[in-house]
Design a protein around this ligand. Structure first.
Ligand code: 6GU
Length: 225
């Protein structure tokens, strides 16, 4: 899978993709992540990328030409399955969206700043808009890093233990059950006896039951779907 990201703050994206599982996915050739500095497409001597908004009001708007030129160049090089705009005024990311995107060949992600991008970019080039939650970040870069992490870890072969990604919280719309490791007792706190029983069907039942109870308590909205 190839992921291109257009950003005005490319250095914000370096660190998240150069560690751990996401780095290994790239080293193994399972994911290729390419970051493009929008400033290089800026207009004039000052490489302008934003301007005041028509109709008045505080805050700058990202201009159409630099973004359109960057997207057009990338689209001339390959076909993108999705052109995604990261913005708080969109549907929120969930596991189902991450699963769907992990099956794509090429995706292009545009990250917003300031008041966002000229609406005509969204109308003409964007096929999907994603928010990561109901709060506002200074820019879309951290949100893009979250999206890429959630998607790349699902690409087959990225996580060593194939089972692991499938048994995550949310894969079945339930939160994960509690987990324990050694020691079996710490300062009087004991690991539930069932987990030490070796009775694996019973352990599965217990885990399902705990996952359901935890979901009911913390995220009952997930049970409505
Ligand atoms: Cl995608 N961008 C920004 N700037 N803030 C956000 C967001 C995205 N998702 C949640 N908050």
């Amino acid at each position: 899978m190839r992921i291109d990201i257009i950003s005005v703050a490319p250095n914000l994206l370096e660190s998240p993709f150069n560690h751990s599982i996401i780095k290994r996915a790239q080293d193994k050739g399972l994911a290729e992540i390419v970051i493009h500095d929008l400033r290089e497409y800026g207009l004039g001597n000052y490489k302008q990328i934003d301007d005041t908004q028509f109709g008045g009001g505080a805050g700058m708007v990202m201009m159409i030409e630099p973004i359109a030129n960057c997207i057009k160049k990338l689209q001339s090089e390959r076909t993108y399955d999705e052109v995604i705009y990261m913005t708080p005024d969109a549907k929120t990311l969930n596991q189902s969206t991450a699963n769907t995107l992990s099956l794509k060949e090429n995706i292009l992600i545009l990250t917003g700043h300031y008041k966002g991008v000229d609406q005509r970019i969204r109308d003409k080039y964007i096929t999907k808009e994603i928010s990561i939650g109901d709060y506002v970040l200074t820019g879309g870069e951290l949100a893009a890093a979250v999206l890429v992490d959630a998607v790349v870890r699902l690409i087959p072969g990225v996580i060593g233990d194939e089972q692991s990604a499938l048994t995550d919280s949310f894969q079945d719309n339930l939160l994960s059950p509690p987990v324990y490791t050694r020691p079996a007792e710490f300062e009087g706190m004991k690991v539930p006896a069932i987990l030490l029983s070796g009775n694996f069907p019973k352990i599965d039942d217990w885990r399902s039951d705990q996952a359901y109870k935890r979901t009911q308590q913390i995220r009952p909205d997930l049970l409505d779907d």
